[in-house]
Design a protein around this ligand. Structure first.
Ligand code: ADP
Length: 888
């Protein structure tokens, strides 16, 4: 039953109180606990020590006290004894004093039994010098001078007090000793006396008797014997040993006579000692020393308080030191905790466990260690799981790698025997894995010539420790006996007690083939009939094939030398642009087209050149042909306009004839006034000018001119063409509506050719309008500029063109006219395209047609001024510069 209750109590404590205490303790910082524990421990130690030490101190104190008391008692006794001895000595001095012997010389005492002693009361007898006062002894109450039998002959009695009866007439022999001085204490009546006696002789050496000194032993006597004794601290008394009563004391008021020792045992500590040398005495006296309890207790208390204070200081020091040490330990623990927290946070990623809140570092540390241990255990399990998973993964990966590898992978053991052989190796060597395993690699898979090289590789791989791998090219032996070039990388695998080698074998037969091909391809450039060069960014000719000779000659450079500066800049620009650039170079009539292909990664420019002299010549010829064709066209046009022109020319000529006839008639009639004649002459001149203008135009139209481009206003060209066709328009009765832009439209063109195009377009329009009644004949010419292009529209209200004919309109020999050649539009298209322009037609059948021509606008006026008159492109001019330099 009791056990059950106890168990329940224990469980209750474990469930409720322990966690509560733990929580409480966890919150209290260590220094506080240290102070509390220090105080509690200090108090406990102090209490226990106080008890034990107090008892011990008391014991020691008592022992010491006893010793002290005994010593003190002995001292008092010795002092008392000495006092008595002083009396004996003084008595001897007096007994043997010269004055006494001289006094006794003549003396003769009768032998009578009954003698009446001489008593000196008021004065001191001559035989008795005052030695007592001199020796600071209590003065005797009586000094007796006895004869040899002890009968008292003379008495010195300074006070009224007479000698005690027991010795007044006869001093008992027990007090007298002829040989030595005696000093004893004895009781006479109710009083104690010190009796000191010594034998006296007269001057003749005859024994005369004794000198007996009687001193009452009272307060004064004992006080005098204990001179220097502090009565407050100790008192002395003579005690009757039989009834233990005080018979004489140092202070009878404090220790009254007659009181027993038992009466004072409470107030004093009493030490009794027997007096020495009183064997002969009747009185059995004890010498008692009284030390007051109060003074002892006071002393004992002082000692105890002093001791206690010492212990208190010791305990305080203990608490302070203990607390200090714990405080240091706790602050150290604090640091350790913080460090561990930081460590766990940074290194292990464990979340901060909250130690910064403060509390009992020891418990927090314990908690942390538990937490940490748990984490470590979990981490270990996790790691082991991961490790296993990784192992499985790595195994799977290895297997997959071995399976999927395109290279043969063969693992050899220390003896060079195959222990692993992947499918790629099976394919490469034509040997099944099962047959390869266990075979010595060098013997089975390498021809004799390749073995030493392989062994060297193997050896090198061991020393290089994987970095880099032992790598080399070898000849391998297939199962069917054929040989193939392979590249082998050897990776050594060093285990504790075993070493393996993994060989990665790559079939390089295709690579070798490719290398061969590349080598043969590399010969392409040298075999090329066209110049191929490679130039570095700095303009250094790195490579030039044989066909490049004329180019290098033109540049006065050789392979390994630099290009001329202008071409060096060209190369650098091409490299910067990163785009292939076309250039032309004319060298003494030999024209090259150069393609500068930059290879930015390598910092080179490949120059692919082509001799285009023939092409350029053909182009030149073609241009010539075209010009001639245009001329033919013009002539044909002229044929058409010639009638009109002739008619036109007729007018001024007729007018001239008329004016001339008129003048002649007037001059002949004599009526011609000079003013009238001058007017007629002016008219003749004006008409002649007009005629000459008509002829000039005709010539201009027919004249054969070289193809030359010039900057011209497109509006001007249109106007010029209109003036050419003026006769035609007059003839057909068509009024051309000119809608020309107000601003000048600058174009850089071959005037004759573009005029021809316009002539064709306007001419065709006029032809088309002829099919219309005169009232419906409308022709509009419009010019405009925009988007860097100039545009001319020739719009007529003719019959229009069928939709399906529109695409064929610009083909050669397409005509609907009886006398037509069908070449006008074809030539026009060629001319316009040569000028980077475009020509096209729009038409709605029955309502008329619109012909568009666009040309690039000439650059700004200044540029136009600077622009060369020729149509050479920049490459040509560069070539010319280069050549010029060369010529210089
Ligand atoms: P040709 O004038 O010698 O016939 P072109 O090449 O100048 O040669 O013209 C080809 C043909 O295009 C003409 O025969 C004509 O049928 C047609 N054509 C050209 N311009 C027009 C126009 N403005 N209206 C209708 N048809 C046109």
């Amino acid at each position: 039953m009791r056990d059950g209750l106890l168990e329940e109590a224990v469980i209750l404590i474990r469930i409720t109180i322990k966690p509560f205490l733990f929580r409480l303790l966890r919150r209290v910082p260590m220094p506080w606990i240290a102070i509390c524990v220090g105080l509690a421990a200090g108090t406990a130690i102090w209490t226990v020590l106080d008890q034990i030490q107090s008892r011990q101190v008391d014991k020691i104190f008592d022992q010491e006290l006893n010793t002290q008391l005994v010593l003190r008692a002995r001292e008092s006794l010795i002092r008392f004894d000495r006092y008595l001895s002083s009396y004996a000595a003084t008595t001897r001095l007096l007994a043997n004093h010269r004055k006494l012997s001289e006094y006794l010389e003549p003396m003769f005492w009768s032998r009578d039994e009954r003698v009446t002693p001489v008593v000196y009361k008021d004065f001191r007898p001559q035989w008795l010098p005052d030695f007592f006062e001199r020796d600071a002894l209590t003065p005797p109450s009586q000094v007796l001078l006895t004869d040899v039998q002890g009968r008292v002959r003379e008495i010195f009695q300074p006070t009224a007090e007479s000698a005690p009866e027991e010795v007044a007439s006869q001093v008992p022999t027990q007090f007298l000793d002829g040989r030595e001085v005696r000093a004893v204490i004895d009781r006479f009546g109710d009083r104690l006396y010190l009796i000191a006696s010594d034998a006296v002789e007269d001057a003749g050496g005859y024994d005369m008797g004794f000198l007996v000194v009687l001193v009452p032993v009272d307060d004064a006597f004992i006080g005098a014997s204990q001179r220097g004794l502090d009565l407050g601290r100790a008192a002395v008394a003579l005690v009757d040993s039989d009834d233990q009563r005080i018979v004489a004391s140092v202070d009878s008021s404090a220790l009254p006579l007659g009181s027993t020792l038992a009466d004072w045992s409470d107030t004093y500590i009493i030490t009794s000692q027997s007096l020495p040398e009183y064997e002969g005495s009747d009185s059995n006296l004890l010498f008692a020393t009284f030390v007051p309890n109060a003074s002892l207790e006071k002393m004992s208390r002082h000692v105890r308080i002093f001791e206690r204070r010492q212990r208190f200081f010791a305990a305080a020091v203990f608490v302070i030191v203990f607390t200090g040490v714990i405080y240091l330990v706790s602050s150290r623990l604090n640091k350790v905790l913080k460090r561990m927290t930081r460590f766990s946070q940074r290194a292990l990623g464990i979340p901060e466990p909250g130690f910064n809140r403060g509390g009992n570092q020891l418990l927090l540390l314990e908690e942390w260690i538990q937490h940490f241990t748990q984490l470590v255990m979990t981490a270990r399990e996790e790691m082991s799981r991961r490790h296993q998973a990784e192992m499985r993964e790595s195994e799977a990966l290895k297997a997959a790698m071995m399976e999927a590898s395109l290279d043969a992978i063969v693992t050899l053991d220390r003896q060079g025997k195959v222990i692993e052989f992947n499918p790629a190796a099976e394919r490469l060597f034509g040997v099944a894995r099962i047959l390869a395993i266990g075979a010595v690699f060098t013997e089975r898979f390498l021809p004799g010539v390749a073995r030493p090289a392989f062994l060297r590789l193997l050896d090198r791989s061991r020393h290089l420790h994987r970095e880099p791998l032992g790598r080399g090219e070898l000849i391998a032996l297939r199962a069917d006996g054929s040989e193939l070039p392979v590249e082998i990388s050897i990776a050594p695998i060093e285990l504790e007690d075993e070493r393996f080698h993994t060989l990665y074998i790559h079939d390089i037969s295709s690579r070798k083939r490719a290398e061969q091909e590349i080598k043969s391809l590399a010969r392409f450039a040298s075999e090329s009939p066209n110049p191929i060069l490679r130039v570095s960014a700095e303009g250094l000719v790195v490579y030039a094939n044989n066909a490049s000779r004329p180019l290098l000659h033109a540049w006065s450079a050789e392979p390994g030398e630099y290009l001329p500066d202008a071409w060096g800049r060209e190369v650098a620009q091409a490299l910067d642009a990163g785009q292939p650039t076309d250039r032309e170079m004319d060298f003494s009539g030999q024209v090259f087209s150069l393609l500068l292909a930059p290879i930015r990664d390598l910092g080179y420019v490949n120059i692919y050149a082509r001799d285009i002299t023939a092409i350029r010549r053909a182009e030149q010829e073609s241009r010539q042909h075209q010009a001639e064709l245009v001329h033919v066209c013009r002539l044909s046009t002229m044929g058409e306009v010639a009638t009109g022109m002739a008619h036109e020319l007729n007018q001024p000529l007729s007018a001239i004839v008329n004016y001339a006839n008129g003048c002649t008639r007037r001059l002949q009639g004599g009526a011609g006034r000079p003013e009238e004649l001058i007017g007629a002459m002016d008219q003749i001149a004006a008409q002649a000018k007009r005629a000459s203008e008509i002829i000039r135009r005709l010539r201009a139209l027919v004249g054969k001119q070289p193809p030359i481009r010039a900057r011209v206003d497109l509006n001007h060209l249109v106007r010029e063409v209109c003036s050419f066709l003026e006769f035609e328009t007059n003839r057909t009765g068509v009024q051309i509506r000119l809608e020309l832009s107000v601003e000048e439209i600058p174009v850089c063109v071959d005037l004759v050719q573009v005029e021809q195009v316009l002539l064709n377009l306007v001419g065709n329009a006029l032809d088309a309008l002829e099919e219309r009644p005169e009232s419906d004949r409308r022709l509009r010419i419009l010019t405009r500029a925009g988007n860097e292009r100039a545009e001319v529209l020739v719009e007529d209200s003719g019959p229009g063109i069928e939709h399906e004919r529109l695409p064929l309109l610009f083909d050669a020999f397409v005509t609907t006219k009886e006398s037509g050649m069908g070449m006008g539009l074809a030539i026009s298209q060629t001319i316009v395209e040569n000028h980077d322009g475009r020509i096209w037609a729009e038409s709605e059948l029955g309502r008329g047609s619109v012909f568009h021509m666009t040309l690039p606008l000439s650059p700004a006026a200044k540029d136009a001024e600077d622009e060369p008159n020729t149509s050479l492109d920049p490459s040509q001019s560069l070539s010319e510069q280069t050549i010029q330099k060369k010529d210089e």
